[in-house]
Design a protein around this ligand. Structure first.
Ligand code: ADP
Length: 264
């Protein structure tokens, strides 16, 4: 706990004294600490690919100057590192945009059946490369929610991309959509979108922290897969903006299921 102490001299009639008040500023300290951690994390995440890029540029200007094979290989790695920086900047911008809109409730009519189909089509290159089968389990009736279509598309894309990336080659990813007459937490009718994979699952201790910025279960694997560590943080903010909720069910060896529940 951190307190700010305020002192003042007061006089009432012929009586006088000193008034001391204590203000609890713990929340401000915590917010400031979070901001400092975030800046440190962003700097670290940007510095790693930048250092690699500078190293390869130096090598290409010096020892590998006339080595055509090395040049080709190094340029490939450099393109990868530059791509990583690009994805990080894109995710940081998305995060800051969603945060700035958190109080504005989106209200366009978004057809979730169409959105699921479109996300699956857009990710077909990734699923084919990993030989992952992606299945859509949709109701016959269209499910339409008041939402920001681009943001819900981003939520589904991030979750499906993770399921394909971490679900393991040759697995199955199922995107299901259904309607609940009443969600107990939202206290009303809701649409339920879930992304289920047949991957290795996640240990229980990691689950509450998965939506923190830059939190990764296995940093090496996330970087290898081109992850920025911001995907689920973006998902959480978008779901909050829609007054919905995110549920994560996972167990080692049993796959993972990420469910987004949105008020209808
Ligand atoms: P990243 O860019 O690292 O994928 P995310 O915020 O999207 O960042 O996810 C955070 C971490 O959660 C990942 O690094 C990964 O360890 C874990 N994770 C996310 N989705 C899955 C999944 N479907 N199966 C297993 N682990 C997952």
């Amino acid at each position: 706990m951190t307190y700010k102490v305020h002192c003042g001299f007061i006089r009432h009639g012929d009586q006088s004294g000193v008034l001391v008040t204590f203000e609890d500023v713990t929340h401000l300290e915590t917010a400031e600490q979070m901001r400092r951690d975030f800046v440190a994390n962003v700097s670290h995440e940007l510095r790693t690919p930048l250092t690699a890029l500078l190293g390869f540029i130096e090598t290409l200007q010096g020892p590998a100057k006339d080595d055509a094979k090395a040049r080709e290989r190094f340029l490939g790695i450099m393109a990868n590192e530059a791509g990583r920086m690009g994805r990080l900047v894109k995710d940081l911008l998305s995060l800051s945009q969603v945060e700035s809109q958190e109080r504005i409730r989106p209200d366009s009519a978004v057809n979730l059946n169409e959105l699921v189909g479109s996300v699956i089509r857009n990710l077909s290159h990734l699923s084919e490369k990993s030989q992952v089968t992606v299945i859509a389990d949709l109701p016959d009736q269209p499910v339409v929610v008041p939402a920001d279509g681009d943001q819900i598309r981003q939520v589904l894309t991030n979750l499906a991309e993770n399921a394909i990336k971490y679900g393991g080659d040759g697995g199955t990813v199922t995107l299901s959509l259904s309607v609940m007459e009443r969600d107990p937490a939202l206290r009303g009718p809701a649409a339920r979108l879930s992304v289920q994979d047949t991957g290795p699952g996640i240990d229980l201790i990691h689950i509450p922290r998965l939506t923190e910025r830059f939190y990764r279960v296995d940093s090496h694997r996330s970087r290898e897969m081109g992850g920025t560590g911001l995907g689920l943080a973006i998902v959480k903010h978008i779901v909050n903006r829609h007054r919905g909720r995110l549920k994560i069910d996972s167990e080692p060896g049993q796959g993972s299921c990420f469910t987004v529940i949105l008020p209808l």
